[in-house]
Design a protein around this ligand. Structure first.
Ligand code: ACO
Length: 428
């Protein structure tokens, strides 16, 4: 096979090297294209543009494959803890017993947040959206740890940023939930594991005991793993782009949280439940809503359907669909939203519009039903996505910095006015 690609631009032919990935993914290295021809590539929405070489996550959207560091997502979701997957993503290997103990201990050691952070929470109206709060809180960690701002940090300092982020994220997420209720915050209990600690801080009422339900712990552990990384998606690319200017890790991740909030990305999990409720309130006529989604004059889309890279099935959605049935059964909950979701899936998957466009349920389609069954309000759903995605963002940002990648700075094709003289205001 040829090791180069030939490109002919206005009669001038040049050869560009091919870059092969370990799963034989092929890229054309165009880094010299502009220097040699004056042309750039234009790929709005980056549908065909690789922005990184990365050893973290492998995804084949046609075959529905997702692997982290070589391990299948199905294997990890079935067998691993979320912290093991976090370690794997960040360090490139699964931890042995000692490494796991050390990682876990370091995270437990940093779970508390500075008391002054409470002042920031106090300033917000109770109704402020949890994701807006999360963006601000994650970025504000850079104010509490100003030593994280320097660019020449040693390995120990870099590790400390990682421990602090992983440890404080559940505390902050739980505080956001308590803020929405107007209830006092719970402090972390470091005798508890990562997921149990988060559930305890979130759901323990100050006046009552709270028994941590292993069904919820297992379900949340699985959900967090399923969200842990997804290669160069919108929020991860944002983290990399912001980090490429050598902005500190907290600011870079805060920017990623902002990107995740949008309804076309992580915000879809909230939108799915709102859509299912709407369909239910409208009488449950699924066909009507599928037709609305197909109607190009109607802005409505089936939320939780479609994906930029998965064109066969989203392996995470398959796992979550099964987990959804399990959790609802174990908790003895009957949720009519699940029936509507299944009917919606069935109807859409049999419809030529969805078949031709290869639109399938994505990770957000069923996750909200589990979060709801666990007791989370819809506004918290994207916060839970962020909690899961954190190790992926960290791993991707660190990888980009370790590779000494240059600052991200795309080019453009200018389509505005050409040079024209300034005209006095009265003569325009
Ligand atoms: N409902 C109805 N039609 C859809 C949907 C949908 N959910 N998704 C895509 N389409 C249609 C588009 O209208 C388009 O049709 P056309 O070819 O006739 O113009 C075609 O399918 C391709 O869609 P694009 O928007 O061009 O695909 P893109 O890759 O840019 O977008 C996206 C992917 C944003 C996920 C899209 O499918 C969507 O909006 N889905 C709903 C929101 C959602 O669930 N987002 C979560 C994604 S997963 C995640 O980020 C965690």
């Amino acid at each position: 096979m040829s090791e180069t690609a030939k490109i002919n631009i206005q009669g001038k032919e040049i050869e560009l090297p091919l870059i092969l990935g370990s799963e034989n993914e092929t890229g054309i290295d165009i880094s010299d294209l502009r220097a040699k021809t004056g042309a750039i590539t234009l790929d709005i929405g980056y549908k065909n543009t690789g922005a990184a070489t990365s050893a973290i996550t492998y995804l084949d959207g046609e075959l529905g494959i997702l692997r982290h560091r070589g391990y299948a997502i199905e294997d990890l979701a079935e067998n691993a803890t979320f912290l093991e997957v976090a370690y794997l993503l960040i360090n490139g290997k699964l931890p042995n017993n000692d490494e796991y103990k050390d990682f876990d201990l370091n995270i437990r050691h940093h779970t508390i947040v500075n008391e002054d952070m409470k002042n920031i929470f106090e300033a917000w109206p109770t109704a402020s959206h949890p994701m807006g709060q999360l963006i601000a809180m994650i970025s504000s960690l850079s104010s509490f740890y100003p030593e994280s701002l320097g660019t020449g940090q040693n390995e120990e300092q870099k590790k400390l940023n990682v421990y602090r982020l992983l440890a404080k994220m559940p505390t902050i997420c739980a505080m956001i939930y308590k803020k929405s209720l107007g209830h006092p915050f719970n402090y972390p209990q470091n005798k508890l594991d990562y997921v149990s600690n988060f559930l305890n801080m979130t759901f323990k009422h100050v006046t009552e005991d709270y028994e941590i339900d292993p069904v919820l712990v297992n379900a949340l552990n699985k959900l967090l793993i399923l969200h842990a990384d997804h290669e160069q998606n919108c929020s991860t690319s944002t983290v990399r782009l912001v980090g490429s200017s050598h902005a500190n890790l907290y600011a870079s991740i805060g920017a990623g949280v902002a990107a995740l909030w949008g309804p076309l990305h992580g915000g879809a999990n909230q939108e799915v439940i709102e859509m299912l409720e709407l369909i239910k309130a409208d009488g449950g006529n699924v066909e009507k809503w599928v037709n609305k989604a197909k109607d190009k004059s109607d802005d409505f889309r089936l939320m939780g359907f479609g994906h930029r890279v998965y064109k066969n099935f989203d392996p995470r959605a398959n796992i979550i669909k099964k987990a959804c049935d399990d959790v609802l059964n174990k908790l003895g909950i009957h949720d009519s939203s699940l029936e509507i979701a299944k009917k919606l899936e069935q109807t859409a998957l049999a419809d030529p519009y969805f078949i031709e466009r290869k639109l399938f349920p994505n990770v957000d389609f069923y996750s909200g039903i589990i979060y709801k069954a666990m007791g989370f309000p819809v506004e918290m759903f994207t916060v839970l996505f962020a909690l899961g995605r954190l190790p992926g963002w960290i791993a991707q940002c660190n990888e980009m910095r370790d590779q000494k990648q240059p600052i991200g700075r795309p080019r453009q094709i200018y389509t505005g006015e050409i040079l024209r003289p300034y005209v006095e205001r009265g003569q325009r």
